[in-house]
Design a protein around this ligand. Structure first.
Ligand code: UD2
Ligand code: MN
Length: 395
């Protein structure tokens, strides 16, 4: 074929339309590629799901779909958790950095929180931008003096969780901590069990990273003074000296009784383990906190608190949750607390003859926290320990 007839052929309507089609395919291909691949490439290695989604209870599945834009990988049951979290271990191999100063320089003391607009008054966009997926942070310019795991037993308090996580990211960065926020959620239909979730959260945090301090944190407690450092001590620490929930006789913020240690507590691995963690048998509201006070005492430790005006918390007001009704049997169960100290607690999930079974339905590295969804069988646990639940009290 000579050049003239070749070019004539090329510009014939048939080859032109073929060319045109190829061009259209290419453009659509590029656009599709951009739309489909680019956003997921952006969140790769950020968010993981563990578990068989088809077996999630309805509640968990709803939650799962709600945040679909954040989900990248879906793992089958066969996936090894160690692989999933390996990328999440904090790299502390930064030989040239000095330890952060004993007293963080940027603290401001009393914090003003506007109760009419919590979200706005606790949000600091710069601090949120610095958070790594899964709710992690580590100072750039020095090595943190504490590596703190914040563990939040949780269910169905999205607004509180949003406020608390913004608040914590803002303040804990000022405190120059290396930290990570864990949210441990209990799947329905089981009644809420704060102690059991705290135990599982503690073990999960240990599995996930190298933490020197574990803080069990209510979702509705906002610290009102950033000098309240989220660090551990030589004894377990109760970080609350007063709450807007409790007024004293002279109208100050206080606590309901002296041995009270609810809301926010900080313990090292060995302190938590020595007390054998929380009791797992309190389903519904109440009792687990006083039980834990007893455990700490029986393990020959005692709670310490920060200075009085530093440990003030704002308690976000809320109603009673329908799946966490007051537990009418809690006083009897508390009476039998000593008998359970060694036979059930955090050890129920690793070296116990009578292990407590639980399911890990899902793990997600969300934008501002790591979320895990737990399922347990309330009837089976209650049966397992029926001899150790004391006498039911008439209330
Ligand atoms: C008190 C204690 C709390 C705990 C509880 C008894 C204070 C400041 N706190 O809190 O530490 O001992 O009594 O169980 O006194 N939660 C959910 N969803 C639910 C139910 C509970 O997320 O449906 C979590 C959440 O982190 C919450 C915590 O459990 O902050 C305590 O539950 P609460 O806030 O209903 O109980 P409250 O305020 O009486
Ligand atoms: Mn509360």
């Amino acid at each position: 074929m000579d050049l003239a007839s070749w070019s004539k052929n090329l510009f014939s309507s048939k080859s032109l339309s073929t060319l045109f089609l190829i061009l259209i395919f290419a453009i659509v291909g590029v656009i599709l590629n951009y739309m489909l691949l680019w956003p997921s490439a952006n969140v790769a290695h950020s968010v993981y799901i563990h578990g068989n989604v088809s077996r999630l209870p309805k509640y968990g599945r709803d939650k799962f779909y709600n945040i679909s834009q954040d989900i990248f990988l879906l793992h089958s049951d066969k996936d090894d958790l160690a692989d999933l979290v390996a990328g999440g271990k904090t790299n502390r191999n930064r030989a040239n950095l000095k330890p952060c100063p004993e007293t963080p320089p940027g603290l401001i003391g009393k914090i003003t929180i506007n109760a009419r607009n919590f979200t706005e008054s606790v949000t600091n966009d710069d601090s949120l931008r610095r958070v790594v997926y899964g709710g992690r942070y580590s100072p750039d310019d020095c090595v943190a003096r504490e590596r703190t795991a914040i563990i939040i037993p949780y269910r169905d308090r999205e607004d509180h969780l949003d406020i608390l996580t913004r608040h914590l990211h803002n303040i804990l960065q000022r405190q120059q901590l290396e930290y990570r926020i864990f949210v441990i959620e209990m799947a329905l239909p089981t009644q809420f069990n704060r102690g059991l979730l705290a135990n599982i959260g503690f073990l999960f945090a240990k599995e996930t990273g190298d933490f020197s301090c574990f803080i069990i944190h209510d979702v509705d407690a906002l610290m009102m003074n950033d000098k309240n450092l989220y660090r551990c001590g030589s004894q377990p620490r109760h970080l609350v000296t007063g709450s807007t929930k409790f007024r004293t006789w002279n109208d100050e913020y206080g606590l309901p009784y002296g041995s009270y240690m609810s809301g926010v507590i900080a313990l090292t691995d060995s302190q938590f383990t020595q007390a054998n963690g929380f009791s797992n048998v309190y389903f519904g509201w109440g009792g687990e906190d006083d039980d834990f006070t007893n455990r700490v005492q029986r393990a020959n430790m005692k709670f310490e608190r920060p200075e009085k005006d530093i440990g003030i918390y704002l308690a976000i007001p809320h109603e009673t949750d329908s799946t966490n009704p007051k537990n009418p049997a809690r006083f009897g169960i508390l009476d039998a607390s000593a008998a359970r100290q060694t036979i059930e607690g955090v050890n129920s999930f690793y070296n116990n003859r009578q292990k407590i079974k639980y399911k890990r339905y899902a793990i997600e590295y969300r934008r501002y926290y790591t979320w895990i969804l737990i399922g347990v069988n309330e009837a089976a646990i209650t049966k397992q320990y029926e001899k150790y639940l004391g006498e039911p009290f008439a209330v």
